[in-house]
Design a protein around this ligand. Sequence first.
Ligand code: S2G
Ligand code: ZN
Length: 463
Amino acid sequence: MLSKHIVERLKSIVGISRLLLSKSDLDRFGVDRTTIWQPRPCAVILPGSVEEVRQIVLVANEFNLAIVPSGGRTGLSGGAVAANGELVVAMDRLNQVLDFKPLERTVTLGAGMITVDLQTFAEQHNLFFPVDFAAAGSSQIGGNVATNAGGIKVIAYGMTRNWVLGLKVVTGSGELLDLNRGLVKNNTGYDLRHLFIGSEGTLGLICEVTIQLTRPPTESRVMVLGVSHFSAILKVLEAFSAQIDLSAFEFFSQLALEKVVAHTGCAEPLDTAAPFYALLEFEIANQDLLDQAMGIFEHIVEQGWVLDGVMSQSLSQAQSLWKLREQISEALRQWQPYKNDISVRVSSMADFIKEADQLVADRYADFELVWYGHIGDGNLHLNILKPEAMDSQDFVASCVPVSSEIGGLVARYQGSVSAEHGVGLLKKDYLHYSRSAAEIDMMRRIKKAFDPKGLLNPGKIFD
Ligand code: S2G
Ligand code: ZN
């Protein structure tokens, strides 16, 4: 509970209507898309400028008040959970386009801009922001930077990190840093912006972002292929990527498709069901590329890797096919899935999948498992569905030991226990499978430099 004095101090910065104290606001702003932790922030504050963010952080330092930075709260690892009386600093009001430089194809915007609004702004200026994922309609660009968001186009465009040319951040001690300021070339010591990208709000509050945009893709085609077995997916990836620059290479299991069809009413993509499906997208600059793609398709069918397939003939058909992949997460929500978001090097994927599939089939014999994800960049999502009648806490408790075994397997492949969703609270106990004790100690020392009192998102990533 905040003291009256602190409430007055905070109200004097943002104005009375921008300090929220009602239970409904605390519940709404105090949690992300995880369902494990109860939201218990002391208050929610919505600054209207970078200077107001700085003033809030200075007050927090004066009273040792912990802060949880908040964007769209679409995270899946508890990175935006405020369960211990923290002050939630919500960036929603910092949502304007501040500067657009057509010659550079760069745009500077407030951290609170919704991702899809940036995508739309780019399209309106015949440009393209190439980071895309299911939650883009409600996530904020500041949160995308803080979690180095990935999504469905990483195979061609990389993660959010690749598109950040400048950051204005307020550190945990209230210092304002204006990093890189949109420069393409700048070799003047450590590039501090890259420490903040992916830091999950533990080093500073991201207030403004300068983004590099790029040319829009030419006309593209989407294919959905029915694949005969898990490891054949990698054969299909090899066959296409040897000849064609892919914009996306996703996969999902038959069970994922069944859940999406039931949830959305979408039509099945193929007449014949298959154990797995590959969804790939590529630009067709000319007819030769289209012929090449058809030639590859005939080859992978002859090899027995693919049973059937469909290629989009229009933008709306491409969007319908993408919907089968993009709706998976939403379609699974009702089962409160326990999520594994893992990655290994693409060249190790075939061996890794064999071992992982065997491990989880044995250890999760009684649960429904849904495999899907961005297999083209080495990222697998494994969702364990909670049986309807099972208590949530018991379910999570039964998944934890298996997650440790999966973590051990990931470690053996020198992979990541959090490919794109971040560590937050959910993956803290598994961090050591992917980061050495020396690295984690170094991260603690870096945090000490930027947030000496440990006020920013305490308990996230590591203690
Ligand atoms: C995806 C979305 C989050 C989830 O669909 O690629 O990253 O539910 C996921 O796993
Ligand atoms: Zn994903």
